[in-house]
Write a protein that binds this ligand. Structure first.
Ligand code: HEC
Length: 61
């Protein structure tokens, strides 16, 4: 996944619970902005968020 591996190895979805992923992606988008990397589109973010949430760590809500 290029959007993540520009900076580090793409993380496993299970490193976060579903409810945490939108926040993490927001932070990473801000990091792309600071580096002047091409931003993820709303659609790309939606697909990524959906994938990460569906494979996220189980846990108490
Ligand atoms: C512009 C560089 C950059 C890009 C692109 C980037 N990251 Fe990161 N990421 C970082 C840095 C720097 C850290 C360590 C500091 C931190 O935790 O915020 C980090 C840390 C993380 C962490 C561990 C910290 C935590 O909150 O769990 C996760 C998970 C993560 N990134 C996910 C992603 C995903 C998913 C993508 C792709 C959509 C992505 N990153 C793209 C720079 C980037």
């Amino acid at each position: 996944m290029k959007f993540c591996s520009d900076c580090h190895a793409p993380p496993q979805p299970a490193v976060h619970q579903a409810k945490e992923w939108p926040n993490v992606l927001y932070r990473m988008q801000e990091r792309r902005r600071m580096k002047a990397y091409e931003l993820m589109s709303d659609e790309e973010l939606a697909v990524l968020t959906d994938y990460l949430e569906r494979h996220a760590k189980e846990g108490e809500q």
